[in-house]
Structures are given as structure tokens and as C-alpha cells.
Design a protein around this ligand. Sequence first.
Ligand SMILES: NC(=O)CC[C@H](N)C(=O)O
Length: 397
Amino acid sequence: MATADITPAQPKGATGVLLLADGTALWGYGFGAAGSAVGEVCFNTSMTGYQEVMTDPSYAAQIVTFTFPHIGNVGANAEDIEGQVESAVGCVVREEVTPHSNFRSQQQFTDWMEAHGKIGLSGIDTRALTRFIRLSGAPNAVIAHAPDGNFDLPELLARAQDWAGLEGMDLAQRVTREAQQDWEGGAWTLEKGYGRAPRDAQPHVVAIDYGAKDNIFRNLVKAGARVTVVPAKASLEEVLAHKPDGVFLSNGPGDPAATGEYAVPVIKALLERDIPLFGICLGHQMLALAAGAKTTKMHQGHRGANHPVQRVAFGEDGGWGETTGLVEITSMNHGFAVDGETLPAGVEQTHVSLFDGSNCGISITGKKAFGVQYHPEASPGPQDSFYLFEKFVGMLG
Ligand SMILES: NC(=O)CC[C@H](N)C(=O)O
């Protein structure tokens, strides 16, 4: 049963609403798919790359508020897809979606959203919503689009209130590939689109897919690796059967502490066997859990393409070299974080966020194992951190 007043009342002409669990209704205009969906509301400050954001599986069970006011300008295409599986359920934007005008566009963003079952809401004061999230934390909400303007508000509110929230939620097993896959995509170029990955390349990286963005695999290929992707719940034996030179731990949605139940024992065993490891985002968080650290839910999270991160230590093999102290501008999408205070002896903090000092990288002493909280593959975002793929592939074999 819903237990809050819904305010303000629906204005004339509204066809979409973001109904927060506390009863606050943000009224606007629906686009994309009709219907409703529940999730945690976050904000992303990227100025470009909305299609990659909306297809990043790490956003499963989330509603993305774009702080950049004009969304839709470059339309949508069949290439800028980061995952074919579940991802953000919807998005909230300031202005009416801009008609597409770009040589790569194949579809209006509104039509693409509809085709992918995602709900859009325009006409929202996204600055006020972002300030609300910064002050009060990321709320649970229902996003709804009814072309005829008819909403069952008590039912929508009950859904927002009954939803358990992301904390304690394991979503990786919902978004992972179910079968092993020989990864075949290479880096994208304007002239040729995506390249092909040579299957005889060395070294061989086995990538555990907790909800991976495809551009990570393309970057591993670009750095010279052959990549075999295995499902989130692959056992140690299944991973080792591929005779990996190194194992990659992917990004993904949900709470790392909940996901770690099946992933962490495998990661621990790989660490014990001295298999080189590289984790990104959720993979970084679970590497930290395997090494004995703790993760926490953040107040508002980090999501955008402009997050400064500083290299603060060399890493075990001195791999950052002279570049310690350097700042990278990074792409980020996380709502949980490794608690830097809980890093045990033998785990070195290699990167920190210059926004809030939170942990952004670790390296395990005596092992070829490291992780970063941010997204070096960009998609979207700056490319300052591509060196990490070369560093990892370079340490194998
Ligand atoms: N991009 C990711 O891998 C996100 C990791 C985790 N789900 C978080 O929100 O912190």
C-alpha cells in the first residue's frame, strides 16, 4: 500500500511522470516506450554518448537523468551499443528530444527508445532533480509514460515504495551472457566501423562478464589480446579450462557485495594461483572484496565523462613510472565504491577521485593484479586511460 501523498497534481497535457517513492511527482512529456518501470534515479553529466549510456548494462534497474539539456541531436545508430542485454529502464531529459542531424544517425532517439522498450520523460527541471539527488541521495522511483495521460498513481507509488532498491541486489546474473563466446570485435574507425579480432592473437584473456560494456573487449583486442568471454557464474575450473594468460573482471550493475557471493571465491582462487587480473568498476570492486576490503553504497554516485582521477602510487611493477601524480579525466558510472579505509596490508591504493577522494584504483602487492573504479574504455568519454589495457596485456605471458 502506498503511504504518501502524491504532489503536485497532474497538470493538463502531461503524458509522463517520474514518481519518487516519497510521493513527489515530476510531470512532463513521455517519449519512447509507453508503460512504466521502477528503478533508482541517478544523474549523468556527459555531454555526448547518450546511446552508449543507455545501453551500458551497469545501468540495469536505473533511471538516468541527463544533465546535458539537449538529448537526441545525433540520433541513434546500430553501432553505438555497449550491451545487447538489460540496461537503463528509462531516462529523464530537460528539453523535448531534439530531432536528429548527424551523418551516422539511422533513427530518431525517440524511436530507438521505443524499439528498445525504454521509457523517456522530457520537460523536467533536470537541474532541480540533480540538486535533489545531491542533497538527499539517489531516490527510488517509477518512470511512466501514458500517451493518453491516464496514470494509476497509487499503483505506481506502491511500486516505487515496494521496490527493494539497489543495495543488496545482484543483477550480474541477470545481464551476463549465458554461454561462452569467442570475442570477435575490434576497435572502431570512421572508415571501416568495427574491426575483426584475429583469433590467433596472443596473449589469451578470459573475460568474466558481469554485465560488460563491449568497448572493453574491443580495447583488449586493440592492445593485442585474444578474448574469450565467460558467464558471471563460470566456476574456477571453467575459467582455467581456457588456459588464460590473464583474467579480466568486467563492470556490471548492482551491489558488488551481493554479487561477490559467487564471484569473489573464484577471484580469490585466481589470485592464489597468481593469474594476472584486471578489474573495471564492478570487477574492481569485487577484486577489492576478494583481497579483503569492503565496499559501500555511495550517497549519489559518480556518473559522467569529466571525472578527474589522480595516480597516487606506482603499482606493484612500477608501471605508472614517472607518471605518478598525473591526472586523468575519466568516464565514470558507479553508485558503490571500495572503502579506501578498509584496504588491507598488501593492497595499494593507486588512484583517487579528485572530486571526493574516494578510491579509484588498487594494485595487489606481489601480484599482477589491479583494478580501476572508472571506465578506461570511455564509450562515452575521454580516452586518457586507454593505457591500462596496454599495461594489462603487456604484463601477460
Ligand atoms: N559500472 C559499473 O560496473 C558499476 C558497478 C556497481 N554496480 C556500482 O554501481 O558501483
